[in-house]
Write a new protein. Structure first.
Length: 199
């Protein structure tokens, strides 16, 4: 799979719902203080990286999910790179997967409220979707359609599910393998030369 070179992908910083283990999906949750620290950390790491390869941060476009947890992360990263914070292109194609009836619930609560969902999910991780939500197959189709429009050096700030789609497509992983990835919020993922490098 061909990606723009370079492509840096960042998951948004932590929110209170992340900390509580709640499904967020399309619910627009703000960063917490630790999430803001993670965003600044990632921005400083990117600034150091750009300096090490002789690339001006301004040469890279910034694309973000419009949800505030991603958009604020992108602004903080740009500030740490000494760039104007609001020069960001927001793209609805990079919002998190919709979790429908699960949104706002922990996994334990979702199991209690919708016990029939979890055997169906285990049986078909690619096509399963909670009621009113989005399957991994649907998320993949949406995200990859937007990734293919990225042609210049890009910093993409998005969500855990979106990063799993891009990582899996780039590395040729199955849906089950992609869904099992641990996408940390204090790392920048640099996609280059058939590898993913953590910054």
């Amino acid at each position: 799979m061909t990606l723009p070179s370079p492509l840096y992908v960042v998951r948004h910083g932590q929110t209170d719902w992340n900390k509580a283990g709640r499904y967020q999906g399309h619910v627009d949750i703000a960063l917490n203080n630790h999430g803001r620290w993670q965003a600044v950390r990632n921005g400083m790491a990117l600034a150091t990286h750009f300096a090490s390869i002789g690339m001006a941060p301004a040469k890279s476009g910034f694309v973000s999910s419009p949800l505030q947890r991603a958009s604020e992360t992108a602004r903080l990263i740009r500030q740490a790179c000494s760039l104007k914070p609001d020069d960001i292109h927001h793209d609805d194609g990079f919002v998190e997967a919709a979790y429908g009836s699960w949104e706002g619930l922990t996994q334990a609560q979702a199991r209690e409220c919708f016990p029939e969902d979890f055997p169906r999910r285990r049986a078909n991780r690619l096509e399963f979707a909670p009621h009113g939500g989005e399957s991994f197959a649907q998320l993949t189709e949406r995200v990859m359609a937007r990734v293919r429009t990225l042609t210049a050096p890009t910093v993409l700030v998005c969500h855990g599910g979106v990063v799993k789609v891009i990582f899996g497509a780039y590395m040729g992983l199955s849906a089950r393998q992609s869904l099992s990835l641990d996408i940390r919020q204090d790392r920048v993922f640099w996609f280059r030369s058939g590898k993913v490098v953590y910054i």
